[in-house]
Write a protein that binds this ligand. Structure first.
Ligand code: NDP
Length: 515
């Protein structure tokens, strides 16, 4: 951080105001006052833009059979950067005939090459892809932030390392699949159809491709219409890795393209990550088809803070849990359940922390909260937040400056929330936290489980026994204790109830790609 003294008016150079604030004792306030420095806007950050050229081409065709192929529809659509509403690239719109061509390429590659190849050889390709992702991680991170709006520090430090880690991890499994299915010989399924969302485009792609390829399947994948660019860059990585043509095929397009991918008769398995709404449409479409199916759908996670929790860590965990990736996270801790005895103090601390979150251009290295992925998503967030206010919840928003161009939303906290409010029930998929309170452990469990979803949860407490009791009682696929949003390729991830079924990662994730 650099203070721009020369530019600061004399009146503002007087230094920070000193205001009384509660003094922490063992992380808690006990009524003693200590002065707190309130800087307001007296300190500014110099812009710190990431300047690497990500090498995005002005237009891309479909990636079928290892080559770039023009769409038979003859149609195209644009990918727009949410940061400044500028066009990023033009993409080909795949129709049914294009999806057929992609499946023909995937079936051919499956029969002629991939099924016959030993696990050891397949593993070498996965290692090569992982290393290339690491080599190109800076360009890929920049492309991900330009196309999707997430802060560069997140795409650089989370999405790219995790994507490479998934390929490394599954490369190791490729020649050890007999340990996945003890007592029987594991068999690949053949061709799998995969559809992914826009919130972690490259990471979701890695979650899908790596286990499928390690298990000996070939793939037809459709990325989201608003974030297809990094899939196109990954196609170039696959070419450089000399992956046999047709083993992976990318078809870009809208929902209808996705419907053609999941419904294709050649797809032996469908792996879908996206909204619960579209997940239900796909389940209806595929009922009775005999296709193996995994569904990674929405969530409304409870982040539960007991009054013996390490308070500073819990504040950071709650902030990270909801504002990471602008809240566009399926497992976001969007419902804070805080014990009543310390709720007031905890919420005050959250508000102070939210006030210093920097909302800004995704490519600025200082940005904490980037751009909302699309205009439609911004409208959806705005509408649910308005409903929260209309239903009587109290809205607190950061007062930070927002960039003039692009789609941004202030980090927000709702208090006075009841279980029936829309902001407590619906997945907002934006930087909006709803705060509820509880008195006893049983009440916390009851409220946390009172949701249609069941993807993740967080527990903050000093007591190990309480963590174990909570983990056993919470109906969520993942329960984090004294942390949040932690991932590892070896750790299976997935949901209960309307958050879907099937697991991604770990041995369990491999089972979904084997017969
Ligand atoms: P959507 O369900 O709207 O879209 C997901 C993908 O499905 C997109 O590629 C979309 O294409 C495509 N699609 C749309 N309609 C159909 C259809 N009828 N048949 C087949 N495919 C279709 O989700 P979002 O992209 O808005 O992603 C956000 C959602 O994803 C949230 O609910 C989030 O919780 C969930 N998610 C779940 C995760 C998990 O692991 N459980 C992880 C990440 C996100 P198009 O883009 O063209 O509309």
């Amino acid at each position: 951080m650099k203070r721009k003294a020369a530019q600061i008016p004399a009146a503002r150079r007087a230094g920070p105001a000193v205001q009384p604030a509660p003094a922490p004792t063992n992380g808690r306030t006990k009524g003693r006052k200590r002065p707190e420095l309130v800087f307001g806007d007296k300190w500014e950050f110099d812009p710190a833009p990431e300047t690497v050229d990500p090498g995005i081409k002005p237009e891309y065709d479909l990636f079928i059979g290892g080559k770039w192929v023009a769409a038979k529809t003859g149609k195209r659509f644009d990918s727009i950067s949410p940061a400044d509403e500028k066009k990023v690239s033009s993409l080909a719109l795949a129709g049914e005939a294009d999806v057929n061509a992609a499946y023909a390429a995937a079936s051919g590659a499956s029969e002629k090459i991939w099924l016959k190849m030993s696990g050891r050889e397949r593993g070498k390709y996965l290692y090569r892809i992982a290393r290339l992702l690491q080599d190109k991680s800076r360009q890929l991170a920049v492309a991900e932030s330009i196309d999707g709006g997430k802060p560069i520090k997140e795409s650089r430090d989370f999405d790219l390392p995790m994507a490479a880690a998934h390929f490394f991890y599954h490369a190791g499994w490729a020649d050890k699949l007999h340990y996945v299915t003890p007592g029987r010989t594991p068999q690949p399924l053949g061709v799998v159809g995969q559809v992914i969302p826009w919130n972690f485009p490259l990471l979701m792609l890695a979650w899908k491709l790596a286990p499928a390829l390690a298990c000996g399947n070939t793939v037809v994948l459709k990325p989201s219409e608003t974030t297809s660019v990094t899939a196109m860059l990954v196609a170039e990585v696959l070419q450089e890795a000399e992956l046999p043509p047709g083993v992976v095929n990318f078809v870009t397009g809208f929902g209808a393209t996705g419907a053609a991918v999941v419904g294709h008769p050649a797809a032996k398995k469908v792996a879908f990550t996206g909204s619960t709404e579209v997940g239900k449409i796909i389940m209806r479409q595929l009922a009775g088809s005999g296709k193996k199916l995994t569904m990674e759908l929405g969530g409304k996670a409870a982040n539960i803070v007991f009054d013996d929790a390490p308070i500073d860590q819990a504040v950071e965990g709650v902030i990270n849990g909801i504002y990471f990736n602008q809240g566009h996270v399926c497992c976001a801790g969007s419902r804070l359940l805080v014990q009543e005895s310390m709720a007031e103090e905890f919420v005050e601390r959250l508000k102070r922390r939210v006030a210093v979150l920097r909302v800004g251009h995704p490519l600025d290295k200082n940005t904490d909260v980037g751009a909302i992925n699309s205009k439609e998503q911004l409208q959806k967030i705005t509408e649910i937040v308005a409903a929260g206010v209309a239903e009587g919840a109290e809205l607190h928003q950061s007062t930070c400056k927002l960039p003039e161009k692009g789609w941004y939303f202030r980090p927000s906290i709702f208090t006075n929330v009841t279980q029936s409010h829309r902001v407590a029930r619906e997945e907002i998929f934006g930087p909006v936290l709803s705060v509820l309170t509880f008195r006893t452990l049983d009440e916390a469990v009851e409220k946390a489980n009172n949701t249609a979803y069941g993807l993740s949860a967080g527990v903050w407490t000093d007591k190990g026994s309480r963590i174990l009791k909570m983990a056993a009682s919470l109906k969520a696929g993942v329960v984090w204790a004294n942390t949040f949003n932690k991932f590892d390729p070896a750790s299976p991830f997935g949901g209960y109830k309307e958050s879907g079924f099937g697991r991604e990662g770990g041995r369990q994730g491999l089972l979904d790609y084997l017969a």
